[in-house]
Design a protein around this ligand. Structure first.
Ligand code: FAD
Ligand code: N01
Length: 531
């Protein structure tokens, strides 16, 4: 039997979150071990190498802010960086701070067991090796466990089958091939747009159409030159903004108080700027059905303008859910690909997929033949990676505790599982925000909490039940005030058969959340039991 190694802190995951947690704790002298399932750093950007993958938040914002020297020395080439460039950036960070020496790659954590007597977590990997740690930080990602729907006959398909979320590192030659894509969320849209001009034919299987705003991608230089001289102030504004990045919130009024011509002017302006700030045109977009429909109609009209065949355009138009209630897609010519003679759209609602066959896919009455099928079917979001591990304290397991939906205090900890922190956990703003802002905030919060404990000779922290109940209720209540729960989204767990339908993120905004989180800390960790 191999010897068990003891650490102060085990961090699970070497994406943006795990790496920053390592940097912060190492500089304070903690003995930290990072365990990562993949073979290198990068998390999301290590796994999702599909054609066209790029960020939907401008890179001047979707990047670390903790070190001004790093900020100043790195130059993004595009306004929205592509996956290879983001991965290059993460690798640069790993090299710059010499992080890999404290990371074990190819190590999947299977279980976390709390030893109440020793007051330590026993962390067991898939290889059976164990480590113990006083604290565990789960930086396991909100979108790191692929959802892999099973279709009948999948194993019979004799062509190539790929998942966008596990794209081969050597790439895939699609030139001239007959390709199918299942899924039209952000991953699907980006893949479809990129491969359409290259493949021989492309058939898109769509279950629900997506709202998308144009990125208007281009060189990053003009904005970088503007922002770099005052980067710290720019970042501070992001930390207090509703979505964790700049969206001209001050300029947005209430739809109900805006007259018609101004509504159109505002939407035109935001549409031509491009990006996710389109949804921030009015403060009540997520509260007022009329405001929401106005934005949705605006996007529907743009789809009609872009797609020449009216029947295809109608199929591509989202109608079944409010705009913004699923994460908006940011596109680079997505709708226009349907004007290519080689691209066709199958609406699964009208023509359900019955099965995969040896040669392709049978839907409705039709069997279509493919060389390659690409699954862009998303993730078991927010709770997937946490519940994939067997997390237990005595006879209590996290899976049982969260059976009816996740329960956390501030999305950072859960009662009954001491010294276990989550980065961007459920009931925090996480996926509704610029994740970099949310990640850095959580890592800083956890670091400050550990310092608080250490400076007082304490070594145990756990939320109390009442504080947790209160936070869960607050999160649900704010969610219910909005139109968000009206979509069958992955925010609701609706994409995973059998998963509880609960709205998981905190929708009150990044700035508000920060004020609450800071307040709790300053008040001596109000709602937490420290020992
Ligand atoms: P991840 O990057 O997911 O890293 C988690 C790591 O933990 C992974 O490497 C995983 O292998 C590892 N891990 C998980 N479980 C275990 C285990 N049991 N044992 C060992 N290792 C484990 N957000 C934005 O704000 N803007 C964007 O533009 C944006 N674009 C995105 C594009 C794609 C294609 C996807 C999928 C997501 C995107 N996101 C975006 C969300 C993105 O996930 C976050 O921005 C961010 O990268 C998350 O970093 P993380 O470190 O928290 O998690
Ligand atoms: O996943 P998704 P994603 N049969 O869940 C369909 C981030 N991200 O990987 O909508 C048929 O959004 C499913 O249909 P429906 C971003 O936060 C960002 O694309 O459930 N179809 C949907 O069309 C994003 O929100 C970027 O009806 C099935 C698609 O598959 C999140 O990651 C890029 C099906 C899944 O879409 C997830 O995006 C990529 C089935 N059984 C990702 N199961 C950027 O642009 C699922 N679908 C930055």
């Amino acid at each position: 039997m191999t010897e068990r190694v003891d650490h102060d802190v085990v961090v699970i995951g070497a994406g943006f979150a795990g790496l920053y947690q390592l940097i912060r704790l190492r500089e304070l002298g903690y003995d930290v071990r990072v365990l990562e399932a993949g073979d290198d750093v990068g998390g999301t950007w290590y796994w999702n190498r599909y054609p066209g993958a790029r960020c939907d938040i401008e890179s001047i914002e979707y990047s670390y802010s903790f070190d001004e020297a790093l900020e100043q020395e790195w130059n993004w080439s595009e306004r929205y960086a592509s996956q290879p460039e983001i991965l290059e950036y993460i690798r640069h960070v790993a090299d710059r701070y010499d992080l890999r020496r404290d990371i074990e790659f190819g190590t999947t954590v299977e279980s976390l067991a709390w030893d109440d007597e020793a007051e330590r977590w026993i962390v067991t990997g898939a290889d059976g090796r164990q480590r113990s740690a006083r604290y565990v930080v789960a930086a396991t990602g909100c979108l790191s466990v692929p959802s892999r729907p099973e279709f009948d006959g999948m194993a019979d398909f004799s062509g190539e089958l790929y998942w966008t979320s596990r794209w081969p590192h050597d790439g895939v030659d699609l030139e001239g091939k007959r390709v199918a894509v299942i899924g039209t969320g952000s991953s699907g849209l980006q893949t479809i747009t990129e491969i359409a001009p290259v493949v021989g034919s492309l058939t898109v299987y769509q279950r629900t159409p997506s709202y998308a705003v144009p990125a208007h991608n281009g060189p990053a230089a003009p904005r970088l030159e503007q922002v770099k001289p005052a980067y710290p102030a720019f970042r501070e504004e992001s930390r207090l903004a509703r979505l964790g990045f700049h969206c001209d919130e001050e300029g947005a009024g209430y739809y109900a108080e805006t007259d018609g011509a101004d509504v159109t002017r505002e939407l035109d302006r935001r549409w031509s700027d491009g990006g996710l700030c389109f949804t921030q045109a009015f403060r009540d977009v997520l509260f007022d059905v009329k405001a929401n429909e106005t934005l949705a109609d605006y996007v529907r009209d743009r789809i009609r303008e872009k797609v020449r065949d009216p029947e295809t355009a109608e199929k591509l138009i989202p109608r079944s859910y409010p705009i913004g209630a699923k994460r908006m897609c940011v596109d680079t010519g997505y709708f226009e690909v349907y004007n290519l003679p080689t691209v066709s759209l199958v609406d699964i609602g009208q023509e359900p997929i019955h099965r995969f066959t040896e040669r392709g896919i049978r839907s409705g009455e039709t069997e279509r033949e493919f060389d390659v099928i690409i699954m862009a079917t998303g993730f078991d979001a927010m709770t997937g990676a946490l519940l994939a591990m067997d997390v237990r304290n005595g006879s209590r397991t996290l899976r049982e505790k969260w059976e009816a939906g996740p329960r956390t205090y501030l999305g950072l900890m859960t009662e009954g599982f001491p010294n276990l922190f989550m980065i961007t956990g459920p009931q925090s703003p996480s996926v509704l925000s610029n994740m970099m802002t949310s990640i850095e905030y959580h890592v800083d919060w956890v670091t400050r909490a550990l310092e608080h404990l250490r400076s007082r000779g304490l070594h145990r922290m756990e939320p109390d039940r009442a504080a947790e109940d209160n936070w869960v209720n607050t999160t649900n209540d704010i969610g219910d005030l909005t139109l968000m729960p009206r979509a069958a989204s992955w925010y609701m767990g609706a994409n995973i058969p059998g998963k509880q339908r609960v709205f998981m993120p905190f929708v009150g905004g990044v700035g508000t959340y920060k004020q609450i989180g800071d307040g709790v800390a300053v008040a001596g960790y109000h709602g937490f039991e420290l020992a």
